[in-house]
Design a protein. Structure first.
Length: 132
């Protein structure tokens, strides 16, 4: 029996050491973040557009395409723009929205500049053809 008592005491001491040796989880106290108060922006009523509606595609007007990394008009593009100009001059009720697009190969700044140059080239060509 003495032998069991030694084993029991040894196991008890060992378990006590293990129990107190294990690190306890320390839960950090919750710190409440101050909420940022954003003042409400006054509502601005949008004025109706002068045009009244958004632009819509007109099948008679054709798109043109530029060569890679270029903003000059090809002969094919000039031919298409001349036909478009004839249609616009014959139908003055239409307004044209000229946009210049490009691929995403370059930086944003470069692509925006190239698109602007392309749109300006088309606008200038239309003006040279008498399109108001």
């Amino acid at each position: 029996m003495r032998h069991y008592k030694k084993i029991f005491v040894s196991v008890f001491v060992l378990m006590s050491i293990l129990f107190f040796a294990c690190p306890k989880k320390v839960v950090p106290p919750k710190v409440e973040q101050p909420q940022e108060v954003v003042p409400e922006q006054p509502k601005v009523e949008e004025e109706p557009s002068i045009r009244g509606e958004e632009f819509q595609s007109v099948p008679e007007l054709k798109n043109i395409y530029f060569e890679f990394d270029k903003f000059n008009l090809t002969e094919e593009a000039k031919s298409i723009l001349q036909k478009n100009a004839e249609f616009l001059l014959a139908n003055p009720q239409y307004e044209v929205l000229v946009e210049g697009h490009c691929c995403e190969c370059g930086s944003n700044e470069y692509n925006l500049a190239l698109g602007q140059k392309r749109a300006s080239t088309v606008r200038d060509y239309y003006i040279s053809l008498g399109v108001p």
